[in-house]
Design a protein around this ligand. Sequence first.
Ligand SMILES: CC(=O)N[C@H]1[C@@H](OP(=O)(O)OP(=O)(O)OC[C@H]2O[C@@H](n3ccc(=O)[nH]c3=O)[C@H](O)[C@@H]2O)O[C@H](CO)[C@@H](O)[C@@H]1O
Ligand SMILES: C=C(OP(=O)(O)O)C(=O)O
Length: 419
Amino acid sequence: MEKLVVRGGKSLYGEIDTSGAKNAAVAILPATIMASEGVCEIENIPDIDDVNCLERIIESLGCKINRSGSNVTVDARGDIRKIADTEDVRKMRASYYLIGALLGRFKEARVELPGGCAIGVRPIDQHIKGFEALGAAVKMEHGSIYAVADRLIGANIYFDVVSVGATINVMLAASLAEGQTILENAAREPHVVDVANFMNTMGADIKGAGTDVIRINGVKSLKGCSYSVIPDQIEAGTYMIATAACGGEVKVKNVIPKHLESISAKLIEMGVSIKEYDDYVVVTSDRSKLKAINIKTMPYPGFPTDVQQPMSALMCIAKGRSIINENIWESRFKHVDELKKMGASIMVESRTAIIEGVEKLTGAVVRATDLRAGAAMVIAALMAEGKSEVLDIEHIDRGYPHIEDKFRKLGADITREKC
Ligand SMILES: CC(=O)N[C@H]1[C@@H](OP(=O)(O)OP(=O)(O)OC[C@H]2O[C@@H](n3ccc(=O)[nH]c3=O)[C@H](O)[C@@H]2O)O[C@H](CO)[C@@H](O)[C@@H]1O
Ligand SMILES: C=C(OP(=O)(O)O)C(=O)O
């Protein structure tokens, strides 16, 4: 077991490279198994545990995987198992994309129920509704989802909630269905668009990704291709917030500024300077001048729920009262008790957190209760006075590549140590 040891209070200066997007990569990797011809060569894959997990799962299905730095090749030709039943499947959320991918290609899939961050009830009824609308019989047995169809036939599907997972999963299966599928009330996140672009490069016919109506004309087969994953808006947002919290000036490189608009707008409202360029942003902050703000998490292009927890750490030292309304997940405030150990003043009622800004946080031993909670604790530790230890960092490693190296490059005093 490992922990992060942080001696806080240092301003951040320098440049940082944003890695490939976790939530795009963890959908694109399962989608590669849909290529019955050729090999997929994917660039800009982040070095995170969720990717390691997926690579092991995909190998267990019989695919050949090669990784060199951030490049991964997947050869899914030949005999592939339609059953994903290893421990890794249960450890992560995005393993549910194997259902759409295997069902699309083989018309049959048996996949253990996924894990992922414990941030509330995480139903997959909308995924199942979509698969059933395409003609699949879906049942839950012995902790697995079993989906099977003689044929998949395009359908009109209206999602009851805006779901990233359901939109992508049904899009995968529908790509190899007969005829046209129309997804309404679809999620518009940048990673949905990235997966659609990847699928189209494999030979799929998907239009409208990035809007709430996606039209998919089924094709007979998909083939390998070369593709590069988009930058991670959540990782970039996390480093932008950390700079705001610690003070200093950081160039966050390899980003698509448009994807960061909701985060940039809120930081500017707090008094942080954000300058946007083609593929980087420069964040400049004087932490003594931060003002309280309110945020409501919403599906894209609204403020992302995955940035809510890092943002809450910053709000702890902003002058005045900040309010967070968490509209996506009912249990995404588990990190608040940890922030309180560092002197934060926060009251949580249901899906609302009220944060009264304090002069400073003080170092403490805290836990990463989930992935983005972990990022929040690292930010809090970096801005706190004195030494902190962040425990349970396996959550952080699921989604942030080499977080301590990236922060150290900016001048932070942070090390990874054995517990
Ligand atoms: C691997 C991945 O990409 N994870 C992201 C994905 O999770 P995930 O895809 O699991 O989240 P969804 O977008 O599906 O969930 C959004 C909301 O819809 C509800 N819902 C979802 C599916 C369903 O079948 N029924 C249903 O009711 C959920 O309970 C939640 O309230 O999007 C979330 C929302 O941006 C992010 O926090 C996660 O980081
Ligand atoms: C909640 C998240 O991830 P997952 O859906 O993989 O648990 C996240 O990336 O913030």
